[in-house]
Design a protein around this ligand. Structure first.
Ligand code: PRP
Length: 179
């Protein structure tokens, strides 16, 4: 069982669901009448994004980008590349970038820099998890689900070697699994 690989459950399935529901209600108010383009950053965001948009009660459109960083989880080289681009132009659009985690900030910093060049009407960041202790760039999310300690978190889209993404809770992985 995957649960045996967890040192602890940081947020249960119910806590995650309740938090995402509240975020959706906030976004419903903030984007009323604006037809936002909600952009998921693959792959980690896909589960959070699916739950989030189902809790937003105002019309929206969806798109995806993919970014890849090189280097291991612990020692990133800091190189981020955009590997899948948006389908449509975003000039004049209200764009909401959705991520599973804001960690060092390199991925979202790179994407924000790229997307701002295209002159959206607004560009905001929505992350399920924020891990501020690890930040190396100056970036903050506009919407944060949970602020988490510097632990190896998995579940709700977050992986270790592509595994554990489907866990419905946020767990802290046992060091023996990744060391
Ligand atoms: C993870 C996560 C974010 C990024 C955050 O992606 O999904 O995109 O790292 O880290 P940062 O703030 O330090 O840039 P990863 O590159 O592991 O790919 P994935 O989305 O496929 O899991």
């Amino acid at each position: 069982m995957m649960e045996e690989d967890m040192k602890a459950i940081l947020y249960t399935k119910e806590e995650v669901a309740a938090r995402i529901q509240a975020m959706g209600e906030q976004l419903t108010r903030d984007y009323q009448g604006e037809l936002p383009l909600v952009v998921g950053v693959l792959r980690g965001s896909f589960i959070f994004m699916a739950d989030l948009v189902r809790s937003i009660q105002t019309p929206l459109e969806l798109d995806f980008v993919a970014a890849s960083s090189y280097g291991s989880w612990a020692v990133s080289t800091g190189t981020v590349e955009m590997r899948l681009d948006l389908e449509k132009e975003i000039i004049g659009r209200h764009v909401l970038l959705v991520e599973d985690i804001l960690d060092t900030g390199r991925t979202l910093s790179k994407l924000v820099t790229e997307l701002k060049k295209r002159h959206p009407a607004s560009l905001k960041l929505c992350v399920l998890l924020d891990k501020p202790e690890r930040r190396v760039t100056e970036i903050e999310a506009d919407y944060v689900g949970f602020t988490v300690p510097d632990e190896f978190v998995v579940g709700c889209g977050l992986d270790f070697n592509q595994k554990y993404r489907q866990l419905p809770y946020i767990g802290i992985l046992k060091p023996s699994i990744y060391q």
